[in-house]
Design a protein. Structure first.
Length: 269
């Protein structure tokens, strides 16, 4: 990275005391997990997969639920490994500057790379767990997928017989209010918001950017394509995320970077 924009991004990271990161699908594509909307995205290649992402359709159409379970069983998430971008954020955390990773991803690769789970906020839930849409019971996704592999086309809830779903946020489904509250606190109390690998086209995640700007944070956006919020950013980078994040994580701090007095996000009021 040698452009003026890259230099400016490095300077912002060097002087930052409290960095919050917002990540999207572009952070995981190098791990073999396709995005949803891109030219090779899951929904671009398979319209039925897009239908399975609608809560209303999932509830009303048994065939869509059966398709969703086949997709979950064959998901590349189960064999994916963290890439350079995930590992770079771990290094930035260890430097004492990164305080929260807010992710739109459901793959768990930030935690697998070594990010402190208490500092990772999964806005759109996780594919690694299931939830019953009837009684609310949760459980490990691996248990449900074992039943699918053994021949059940649509495993139901073992507690109440209700419809079982991955613990991810579908279209038409509200985000977890507590996770969203903590995400907003994280952008309100950072001096740099680093946005990586997201088109910022989905709310309320995208709304975290103007919230950070209004609170006085400097925003760095790194994404392959322009986003609706580029004009609010101090720096916009279109270089690959897998190159940008390792470069930024290697920048030594200036001015005695430290953790915010807020401490562990899991303890915030």
């Amino acid at each position: 990275m040698a452009s003026d924009a890259c230099t400016a991004a490095r300077e912002l990271v060097a002087s930052a005391h409290r960095i919050t990161v917002l990540t999207g699908a572009g952070v995981s594509t190098d791990s073999g997990i396709p995005d949803f909307r891109g030219p090779d995205g899951l929904w671009t290649r398979d319209a039925d997969a897009g239908r399975a992402s609608s809560l209303e359709t999932y509830l009303s159409d048994p065939e869509v639920r059966r398709l969703a379970w086949r997709l979950r069983l064959d998901s590349p998430v189960w064999t994916a490994k963290p890439n350079a971008a995930h590992k770079a954020l771990v290094e930035l955390e260890r430097s004492g500057r990164l305080r929260t990773v807010i992710t739109q991803n459901i793959d768990g690769l930030h935690q697998k790379a070594g990010s402190d789970p208490h500092r990772v906020l999964e806005l759109h839930g996780t594919l690694h767990a299931t939830v019953c849409l009837g009684c609310g019971a949760t459980g490990p996704m691996r248990d449900a997928l074992k039943r699918v592999a053994e021949g059940e086309e649509e495993p139901d809830c073992l507690r109440c017989g209700g419809i079982l779903k991955s613990a991810t946020i579908s279209f038409g489904q509200e985000l977890d209010g507590e996770v969203l509250r903590r995400a907003r606190l994280a952008v309100l109390d950072c001096d740099v918001l680093l946005v990586a690998g997201t088109s910022l086209s989905v709310q309320p995640a995208a709304g975290l950017v103007p919230l950070a700007v209004r609170a006085g944070a400097q925003v760095i956006i790194c994404n392959a394509e322009p986003t609706p919020y580029d004009a609010l950013a101090a720096v916009v980078l279109h270089e690959p995320v897998g190159e940008v994040l390792p470069d930024l994580s290697s920048v030594p701090p200036s001015g005695g970077a430290r953790f915010s007095s807020w401490g562990d996000p899991s303890t915030w009021p």
